[in-house]
Design a protein around this ligand. Structure first.
Ligand SMILES: [Zn+2]
Ligand SMILES: [Zn+2]
Length: 249
């Protein structure tokens, strides 16, 4: 789409937003909802199991079905963070909304999603000093115009009063698309892509890492590893949604 058409499209969205504010619509499927402030999604989405509830891994918050407390990943891989929490499961409707936020400038989703994330963070009693968004490469940010993890982190910072540090961890090398890679391949792909800009700052401080989705934990684990290497105290993680683990082959 050329720039002018994109501009027209955004203008149309803006005008529609003024007439039919998205506030009263389900965050995930845009159906009207009766009581947005209490429940910003519709019955249909709720019945499709969008909420990450029930038995979950006590470390990475992935839904688990076999009655264990720890998932296979956390039982076998070295984690560098204390605990993660994600209010939603990364399934059809949630995935669609996050893709809209990521690729289609649906920035109106940020504040409501951040509010729900903050509710979960306080229920989990996470104690942290600073908030760190998972960085994207500057080329990606330039192309997209924003880093959605940073927008979420900024909102979480406003709601919790904890400062956001968007330059402490940077991504200085573009990585290949992670979509079809296994955890080990992702780790290799990500290693040496991120870097810490101020190692001395990190010592004895606790951090909350913010991302949009946790798929395999590979990315947040690399960021957490950098912080831990520089002697960070505790590291917590939050994202909008958690991808269910793939069944072992
Ligand atoms: Zn819905
Ligand atoms: Zn786990």
């Amino acid at each position: 789409m050329n720039k002018f058409l994109k501009f027209l499209n955004l203008t149309k969205d803006w005008i529609l937003e003024q007439i039919f504010p998205s506030k009263a619509k389900c965050l995930f499927c845009e159906t009207d909802v009766p009581d947005f402030d209490n429940m910003p999604f519709c019955e249909h989405c709720l019945e499709s199991n969008i909420l990450n509830e029930g038995t979950r891994c006590k470390f990475c918050d992935v839904p688990i079905l076999d009655g264990n407390q720890v998932c296979d990943f956390c039982a076998s891989k070295h984690k560098h963070f204390t605990k993660a929490t994600c209010p939603f499961v990364y399934q059809t409707q949630v995935r669609r909304a996050i893709l809209k936020l990521k690729e289609d400038h649906a920035l109106y989703l940020v504040s409501d999603l951040a509010k729900i994330m903050v509710k979960r963070i306080s229920e989990e009693n996470f104690k942290f000093d600073y908030i760190i968004p998972v960085p994207v490469h500057e080329k990606t940010k330039k192309r997209r115009g924003y880093n959605q993890a940073e927008l979420l982190a900024k909102e979480i910072s406003a709601l919790t009063g904890k400062p956001m540090l968007s330059d402490l961890v940077i991504k200085y090398r573009m990585t290949k698309s992670q979509k079809f890679l296994s955890y080990e391949e992702r780790q290799r792909n990500l290693k040496d892509s991120f870097s810490l800009t101020d190692k001395n700052f990190v010592k004895d401080k606790s951090f909350l890492i913010v991302d949009d989705v946790i798929t395999t934990c590979a990315t947040v684990n690399i960021v957490a590893m950098l912080l831990k290497k520089s002697k960070a105290k505790e590291i917590y993680v939050t994202a909008i949604a958690r991808n269910p683990l793939k069944k072992k082959k």
